[in-house]
Design a protein around this ligand. Structure first.
Ligand SMILES: [Zn+2]
Length: 371
């Protein structure tokens, strides 16, 4: 059945990548969008019935409340609070960057939520200034800051007070965040692992696997004696991470996964798209400062004077992730804009080609050859 163009919204109406993908996968091709005016001159244009997006929008929209419901009226009249700048469509553009402009946002919200319906509550909501109540009381009763300090207190505790049974980290909360950030590396996923040395021959395949336990030194995610398989999303990231000296060459093994691996993605400190969390959005939003602290801790440059103590919080979280049954973790490189992985085992990885990179320059414009 052809799409009803009067109720359709197209992929170009949105800037949020999750929605764009959703429309491309579930929509139909149209010639011209009546909401944003985009057409198919430069390639296919997909659109979807606006009503099919309400399930995705609901968790986000209903995080907001009509300000009159919780904010004292004198406060609303003072402090230059602008009613008309704080409608739900303004918020979706300003707070979440979902749309390019307010006009398109307003049109689509009205299409989705039928502004002229007789549902009094929805009508009031769409005609009032809205805020996230928890944000508004940020300074007084700040659950988010409490979360942030919880992480800092935990880091101090594990470094200087209780090493193996710390009490200051709420593991239920941590588990909830891990579940919300699960990522499947599909069978055949390609990843890169390297070693550096001042030798003229490349390492053989066996030497590119994770080191045996007795050789496992302390690392960002692993304590001494427990060996993890560290790898990266590209050869460039591998070289940035290894930081070879001028006389050192780098051998990179190109590995592929032999089955799906379930890992936790702690590489992005911001909520990339509010739609990816579904009904969990509100609780994730409240925990976002905690998550940001955790992710920054995991991705930061270590203290060169005392990596043993500095790595402890990340090692603890990593071990908990392992105990929860995950295969590893994805995290941001502290050396470049790439991504790293710490996989707890290498038995589900198969080595493919090996590349030998001689004296990669500091700017990493390197020549490499397959060996
Ligand atoms: Zn459009």
């Amino acid at each position: 059945m052809a799409i009803d163009i009067d109720n359709a919204v197209c992929e170009s109406c949105f800037t949020d990548i999750y929605l764009v993908n959703f429309i491309q996968q579930n929509g139909e091709e149209i010639e011209k969008c009546s909401v944003c005016g985009s057409d198919n001159d430069l390639g296919p244009l997909y659109a979807i019935d606006a009503g099919k997006l309400t399930d995705l929008f609901d968790p986000l929209i209903w995080m907001y409340s009509t300000v009159e419901n919780f904010m004292p009226l004198p406060m609303l009249k003072g402090d230059g609070y602008e009613h008309w700048d704080n409608m739900i469509w303004n918020k979706l553009v300003d707070d979440w960057d979902i749309f390019d402009n307010y006009d398109v946002a307003q049109k689509i919200i009205n299409m989705m939520y039928h502004v002229y319906s007789h549902d009094g509550e929805t009508y009031d909501f769409l005609h009032s200034a809205v805020e996230i109540e928890a944000d508004w009381y940020d300074h007084e009763e700040d659950v988010m800051n409490v979360s942030m300090y919880e992480w800092k207190y935990f880091c101090d505790e594990i470094r200087n007070e209780n090493r193996f049974f710390p009490k200051k980290l709420n593991l239920d909360k941590l588990k909830y965040l891990l579940q919300a950030n699960e990522l499947i590396l599909k069978k055949g996923f390609i990843t890169y692992r390297g070693r550096k040395a001042a030798c003229i021959t490349p390492f053989v395949a066996d030497k590119l696997l994770k080191p045996p336990s007795h050789k496992a030194n302390v690392g960002r995610m692993n304590p001494k004696g427990i060996s993890y398989f560290y790898c990266a999303d590209s050869i460039k990231t591998v070289i940035h991470e290894l930081r070879p000296l001028k006389n050192e060459n780098v051998t990179v093994g190109i590995f592929s996964t032999t089955q799906n691996l379930k890992i936790v993605d702690l590489s992005n400190p911001f909520l990339e798209s509010p739609f990816q969390y579904g009904k969990k959005l509100k609780s994730i939003y409240v925990l976002r400062k905690f998550m940001r602290e955790l992710i920054e801790e995991i991705s930061k440059l270590p203290d060169p004077n005392d990596p043993y103590l500095d790595y402890l919080p990340a090692q603890y979280v990593c071990e908990y992730i392992k105990v929860c049954g995950y295969d590893g973790i994805k995290y941001k490189s502290s050396q470049c804009d790439g991504r790293n992985f710490a996989l707890f085992d290498d038995k589900h990885l198969r080595i493919g080609p090996i590349q030998f990179i001689q004296s990669p320059e500091m700017n990493y414009k390197f020549e490499s050859k397959v060996v």
